[in-house]
Design a protein around this ligand. Structure first.
Ligand code: AKG
Ligand code: FE2
Length: 361
């Protein structure tokens, strides 16, 4: 099975002309249905957005490769462990894959057939990450954000521009998908996007050193789900992402050039009472990754695998609860109302990126 590629152009043209979903023609309605159905069945979606070009993605990856190639002592200057790594760099060996610490996930895993089992894990992920906050934040909030300034490494004058411009583009793409998914799930078109306003969105590229960790089977990101609403990635220069479909089948993702990959996070699962479950995934060195390593070596290109990941969130003060007709479904009780900010704090403490519950950020 291949994931379909949804071209956002026709929907964007419609939005530029009209504000109300009642004006949607049947073709666009069926495109929205394909968005919601694919997200629900696979936890993922490939899209093409004319506002996000392959060149934009390249400019971002080029800069991040240059950054991750810097010596460890340099990168450590951007580390903010006292801020629980929520800005700046997270070195390798810090983030713990959810499946290593979550009993419920471990139980579920045992029920998967052998060929769909995730790669075995021994400890924290060997990937680095950079966290860069994107977009406006609320002035009044119950969840006081870090007052710290964004971290900009020295010697990268293009940093802020490159991060912000890629970040805003990715958020625009997510907002469009979120509107289409809203319509497809039978909700008002702004059901999700109105909750995303002033959310703590994070551009959070990962960096994995394939020179050191290029052996087949190495796990860069152990089996997990994303705790946010929707995640979006540009195409990585090195493949390796596996996703699990709703039916438990494991699938290797191939992102075509110029396309973006979207994944369902835990917050959309909450809002849809499990109609759209958070997509489980892992990043592992496969034979396709080692082929890409050989090509990169021949062409003298960087051996850092950079992901252009952006985590889009529901605003911290908004309440996560099953929306509209999802409130009346049998599983709604599994998703009690809770502030998104509180939910995020709980989840972060599990994967080692925050102090224990209740400890201030
Ligand atoms: O490195 C990647 O491609 C994605 C990693 C990932 O799943 C994550 O950052 O949550
Ligand atoms: Fe992830």
């Amino acid at each position: 099975m291949e994931l379909p590629v949804i071209d956002l152009r026709s929907y964007l043209e419609f939005s530029a002309r009209s504000q109300t979903e009642t004006d949607l023609d049947p073709q666009l309605v069926s495109l929205c249905l394909e968005v919601s159905r694919t997200l629900a069945d696979t936890g993922a979606l490939l899209v093409k957005d004319p506002r996000c070009s392959a060149e934009d993605n390249d400019r971002f990856i080029d800069m991040m490769e240059k950054y991750f190639e810097q010596p460890e002592e340099f990168k450590r200057l951007q580390e903010r462990p006292h801020l629980h790594y929520q800005v700046g760099v997270t070195p390798e060996g810090i983030e713990v894959p959810r499946s290593l610490v979550d009993q419920e996930i471990q139980e579920k895993l045992k029920s998967l057939p052998k060929e769909y089992q995730p790669a075995p894990l021994s400890g924290p992920d060997p990937k680095w990450r950079y966290m860069w906050r994107v977009g406006p934040r609320p002035e009044i909030t119950q969840f006081k954000e870090l007052n710290s300034e964004p971290v900009i490494p020295e010697g990268f004058p293009e940093w802020k521009d490159t991060m912000d411009s890629w970040g805003y583009k990715m958020i625009s793409a997510i907002e469009t998908v979120a509107e289409m998914a809203g319509i497809g799930f039978g909700l008002p078109k702004d059901a999700f996007t109105s909750l995303m306003k002033q959310g703590p969105h994070l551009l959070a590229p990962t960096g994995s050193d394939l020179k050191r960790y290029g052996q087949e089977g190495t796990v860069f990101a152990g089996y997990h789900y994303d705790l946010n609403f929707l995640t979006i990635h540009g195409r990585s220069r090195f493949p390796g992402l596996n996703i699990w479909l709703r039916n438990g089948q494991k699938m290797e993702v191939k992102v075509p050039v110029g396309c973006l990959l979207i994944q369902a996070g835990k917050q959309i699962e909450w809002l849809t009472a499990g109609q759209c479950m958070a997509g489980m995934h892992e990043v592992v060195v496969t034979n396709r990754t080692t082929d890409a390593i050989k090509r990169a070596l021949e062409q003298n290109r960087s051996l850092w695998r950079v992901s252009s990941t952006l985590f889009a969130h529901i605003a911290s003060d908004a309440v996560l609860k099953p929306l509209g007709h999802f409130a009346d479904t049998p599983l709604a009780g599994k998703y009690p109302p809770m502030c998104a900010g509180e939910f995020v704090e709980q989840e972060l403490s599990v994967i080692n990126l925050k102090g224990k519950k209740g400890e201030p950020l």
